[in-house]
Design a protein around this ligand. Structure first.
Ligand SMILES: [Zn+2]
Length: 234
């Protein structure tokens, strides 16, 4: 299968679904990553938005190597994402590029604006994926992928419908997340836990629900023709 993880910022994919992506990669599936922004305001230390984006894209490419994933950067501005025709076209192009069987993205109830808009637009273009008259640089999709929403930060406003046991891949997940080195100083300006500790606590909490050490929680997206197939989760 082809698996597409569609995030808003570098580090989102590692934070929210790397444990599951590692299980897919170890089972021989192909992993793709697409990001709507390159997180170009995500530092108070690095000078300039272009330089922040350059550093963060390099970190994302390093992290992607743990799943052997190809990465596509859509390069919209961080913290400024809006549902526009330009964003929709770029999202459609990215989904068609990956030709996924399974898509993961942000939950539309996530109150971070970029997360919210990314997850919302991925859902809104699902019916546009097979149409040859939809403006796109990529060919229409011949299959209907299953779309799953990953968790929110600290699990706020999110009740999982399905859990993936990631106890076996948790250490590797945290190593991949730690490759986003620029984010440790940045997040310390407004959070008490480090990026990796925050993630460990969140996945340990979801693990409690299924009686395992660590888990990632997901919800399915539903619209006619695109019911989520939970059996495709690893
Ligand atoms: Zn984010």
């Amino acid at each position: 299968m082809n698996i597409l993880a569609f995030g808003a910022h570098p580090d989102d994919v590692e934070f929210y679904c790397a444990g599951s992506l590692l299980k897919y990669a170890k089972a021989g599936h192909r992993v793709f990553i697409a990001l709507t922004t390159s997180g170009n305001i995500g530092s108070n230390v690095i000078e300039g938005r272009e330089e922040i984006a350059r550093v963060r894209e390099a970190e994302q490419r390093e992290a992607a190597k743990v799943y052997g994933a190809e990465v596509r950067f859509l390069r919209f501005d961080d913290e400024g994402l809006q549902d526009t025709p330009e964003l929709r076209r770029a999202v459609i192009d990215a989904i068609r590029w990956a030709a996924p069987d399974v898509i993961f993205t942000h939950f539309p109830g996530d109150t971070s604006t970029d997360h919210n808009v990314t997850g919302t637009v991925v859902g809104r273009v699902m019916l546009s994926l097979p149409g040859k008259n939809i403006p796109s640089g990529e060919p229409p999709l011949a299959k209907a992928p299953s779309l799953f929403y990953w968790d929110t930060s600290a699990g706020l406003h999110f009740e999982p419908e399905a859990y993936v046991d990631i106890s076996e891949t948790m250490d590797e997940k945290l190593r991949a997340l730690a490759m986003h080195k620029s984010q440790f100083a940045w997040l310390a300006t407004f959070q008490v836990s480090s990026l990796t500790e925050h993630c460990r606590i969140a996945n340990a909490f979801r693990g409690l629900a299924i009686g395992r050490a660590y888990a990632e929680g997901f919800r399915g997206y539903r619209i006619h023709g695109y019911m989520p197939d939970f059996k495709l989760l690893p």
